[in-house]
Design a protein around this ligand. Sequence first.
Ligand SMILES: [Zn+2]
Ligand SMILES: [Zn+2]
Length: 447
Amino acid sequence: MCGMKFLLPALALLFAVPVFADTNVDQLAEGELPSLLSIYKDLHAHPELSTQEEQTSALVAKELRAAGCEVTDHFGKYDNPNYKGYGVIGLMKNGSGPTVLVRTDMDALPVEEETGLPYASKVTTKNDEGREVHVMHACGHDVHVASFLGVVRAMQRLKDRWHGTIIFVGQPAEELGSGARALLKAGLYSRFGKPDFALGFHDKADMQTGHIGVTEGYTYANVDSVNITVRGVGGHGAYPHKTKDPIVLSAEIINALQTIISREKNPLDPAVITVGSIHGGTKHNIIPDEVKMQLTVRSYKADVRDHLLSAIDRIAKGCAVAAGFPPERAPIVEVLKNEFTPATYNNPELTKRLVAVWKKQLGDENVELVDPTMGGEDFSEYSLPDHSIPAVDFHVGAVDPAKIAESNKTGTPLPSLHSSKFAPEPEPTIRTAVRAMTTAVLELMKK
Ligand SMILES: [Zn+2]
Ligand SMILES: [Zn+2]
């Protein structure tokens, strides 16, 4: 006993991994790193916009086939008939046992890259409106794909240690919030089986490499997009008494909407209403006929969401009544159903179970419990609206610790996700992602 006590810490130091770490997993991740890095750089240099993920999905399909998966590609059904489904499903079957879904997103953003990296994207393409736009992996979905393929390869090599079926999902159009829904609509669960667990991860632009983070319970918000058309009766700016001014009414509505947050809902339930866009009028001396506003509305709980959406409608219309607008010119409030992203809920029991194995694999100090955010992530769709499929979406640190220290010292913020200057440190991010995800899948499927 005495000997063991000294031997174990010595071994841990020797391999620079925690005492109880699965060295098999770490060696596999390390062995694949050079190949995964070159995949990453290739993806980074060749990003594709949401619903245009043709080459990326072909690469994912090829890799899944090479790892012995049964592959279905060109999968997914959007509400918009013009969109092509570039989802890829790879089934890795290994006898009877649990079914675990592992997801990566694949799409990039219309951003002009300014990282100065040798493998920076110079790609331009046409967006939905036919306008030429630059394309960049500014959210790190390229690092997700490379890490995901590392997990695919590791799980193939470790087949003697687990049983069951892994549903590997290459998901398109995360940035539109409609990619996961398109896969489910095309029959993801009816065709390939309903998983017992669903796992995903996202790189984190303010967390150091080598660390992962997770939140128990709600981790991302319900995201709704709402359009309000405030209609008035236009006329000359010099004779306001002969008009119904939609600009003054819009100003009142905007202020009144914030009372939903401050006065109407329980202060212990987080929620946000942001008017992100307002357009109306053409000239100093004309009162226009209408003003258009675009809102993002965020919440965690379903009943809070319902309340926010109905209160926005009530307040917009009520303000118009109070201002004496005729009923036929009442504001039009439209909730964009196709753009809804449900809240992401990390099953608390599953989170605890994974945190325990992650701490063993990565070291206690490298697993952080992080606060939830009001951001959105359509990974939530895989757990279904009632959260009946236990799911966990975790964060993987992507920033050089020296850059975090520098930013703390100078007060200059680090580039956020979606910034033209954001780039994960690929090697340590992929290494940690592969180690963490492989460890999680093994835990859920071990013999
Ligand atoms: Zn994003
Ligand atoms: Zn993202």
